[in-house]
Design a protein around this ligand. Structure first.
Ligand code: ADP
Ligand code: K
Ligand code: MG
Length: 473
């Protein structure tokens, strides 16, 4: 039986409390009450068609920091909420349309349809605010509650979608699932980022002294962005989390050696980095232990990107990231390995919804190499590792994890897959979401993930991340 691991969510809980102190302690029951308090409007098909036909705002990183450094003045908070409000309804409507475009039998699956109704619910809480301006701090507070509800409502999306697509796998091909999820989950990253940024700006602008004490350097945060994020610290944190899960499952834990520039800091979203590193370490731990090499350390190297590479690179962003570049990476033919972004041109996700661009003055980035002696990936599996549903984790195990057969509690068991903002991380391998979702997070700000397998020996994974930009004082 897979025991539940209480994840020591140091970094994440600091973040959640910082951005949303009341919400962080809210239980499901309290959430239901919270739902009732929110003013809603019925969502009609007309609303969806109209909103989905609006052009999507090309979100830039500058948008996330343009309202200023906390604590924000009242007028800055109002401008953040109006900006957030101007963006979200169209984004939600696009997601609803995309869900409706799935084969009918797939949308009819109770889990997929749950996601659809979550989107309808969130849109119904936004409609009363649409086409008006938030001009008072009282309204700003109410709007912030809508944002907290939005983030909370969609917290478990990933495990619900995984369950839905697992059940509907007879009716939709893995390629179509990957196509849908790639777009959907990338769009979700952006939507959550916008809502969480407003929440974080709101709460870090309140005089919550006790909360401020818990964060090492609250002054380094601009909303959800930590301008002095130290990758080595995230790696250490994730190592301890993954080690515990590994020890519970296998009774052993491989050792992790961190080398390279351990003091390096850059600007990034800590919860994104935490998600990616956790998934990559889980893969390395699992491979290492399952191939009986638990005495061989997993090596994590932190290699900052030389400044001139960023300056010479394509800093203008845009979303023309070629699929060919990904193909190259998939085949292990990557420039990331040479610590350069040229093979992965810094543009964001391929999804039509997503147009995140690096700031004009990008701060340098970092490449993190995770090297294990876990036997590598067979050529035949290698071509599938980026498919959302592909896993070599025992399928029965995965299915029974989802159905709750192992833990006795369906909801607990759903934590097989993790994701920032709600889904848990209690299993060493999930349902094949770690690599593709990790890559979606990395690419969101112009980074990437490349996997080099030395079949029969081990695997090198190169995670490249760009600094998310200089934040003006
Ligand atoms: P999951 O871990 O849930 O199976 P992932 O997307 O994280 O899903 O990985 C997909 C598959 O890629 C794994 O099931 C495994 O077969 C392979 N894989 C990923 N990383 C490694 C690694 N470091 N060593 C060996 N195989 C790996
Ligand atoms: K996969
Ligand atoms: Mg994995």
């Amino acid at each position: 039986m897979m025991a539940q691991v209480q994840r020591p969510l140091v970094i994440q809980s600091q973040f959640i409390r910082l951005c949303c102190p009341r919400n962080a302690r809210r239980t499901t029951g309290a959430r239901a009450r919270h739902h009732k308090q929110l003013h809603t409007s019925t969502v009609t098909d007309n609303d969806i068609t109209r909103l989905a036909s609006l052009p999507l705002h090309p979100l830039t990183l500058a948008d996330l920091v343009k309202h200023g450094r906390p604590p924000l003045t009242t007028s800055q908070l109002l401008s953040s909420s109006n900006f957030t409000l101007s963006i979200l309804p169209a984004r939600l409507a696009h997601r609803i349309q995309s869900l409706r475009n799935l084969p009918f039998i797939v949308v009819s699956n109770p889990h997929i349809s749950k996601i659809h109704s979550n989107y309808i619910h969130s849109l119904s809480t936004l409609l009363p605010w649409a086409e008006r301006e938030i001009t008072t701090i009282e309204d700003e507070v109410k709007f912030t509650e809508v944002m907290a509800d939005l983030v909370q409502t969609h917290a478990n999306t990933i495990s619900i979608l995984a369950r839905g697509f697992l059940e509907a796998r007879k009716y939709i091909s893995p390629t179509d699932v990957t196509k849908f999820l790639d777009e959907h989950l990338r769009a979700r990253i952006g939507t959550r980022l916008i809502a969480e940024q407003h929440l974080a700006l709101h709460f870090s602008s309140q005089p919550h002294q006790e909360i401020m004490h818990e964060v090492e350097d609250p002054g380094s945060f601009v909303g959800v962005i930590d301008t002095k994020l130290r990758p080595a610290k995230i790696v250490q944190h994730c190592e301890s989390v993954v080690s515990e899960i590994c020890e519970l499952k296998y009774g052993v834990r491989p050792h992790v050696v961190i080398n390279g520039e351990q003091e390096y800091t850059f600007a990034h979203v800590p919860v994104h980095l935490e998600y990616i590193i956790t998934e990559l370490l889980k893969n390395a731990f699992r491979a290492t232990v399952e191939s009986g090499k638990e005495r061989e350390p997993i090596e994590v190297t932190i290699a900052p990107l030389p400044e001139e590479l960023v300056e010479n690179g394509n800093n203008s962003g845009g979303n023309e990231r070629s699929r060919a570049a990904i193909k190259n990476k998939d085949q292990g033919n990557t420039d990331i390995a040479s610590n350069s972004f040229t093979g992965n041109d810094g543009s964001a996700s391929p999804s039509s919804d997503e147009q995140i661009r690096p700031l004009a003055h990008s701060t340098p980035g970092v490449t993190i190499r995770i090297r294990d002696r876990g036997g590598g990936i067979s050529p035949e599996n290698y071509q599938h590792i980026w498919d959302y549903s592909f896993t070599t984790f025992n399928e029965d195990q995965a299915a029974s994890t989802l159905s709750g057969g192992n833990s006795g509690s369906g909801m607990d068991a759903l934590n097989a897959i993790s994701g920032p903002g709600g889904d848990g991380v209690n299993s060493l391998a999930g349902l094949g979401y770690g690599l593709p979702l990790g890559r979606a997070y990395a690419e969101y700000f112009g980074g990437g993930i490349a996997v080099q397998s030395l079949w029969g020996w081990g695997t090198d994974v190169y995670l490249s991340l760009r600094g998310v930009g200089k934040v003006e004082e």
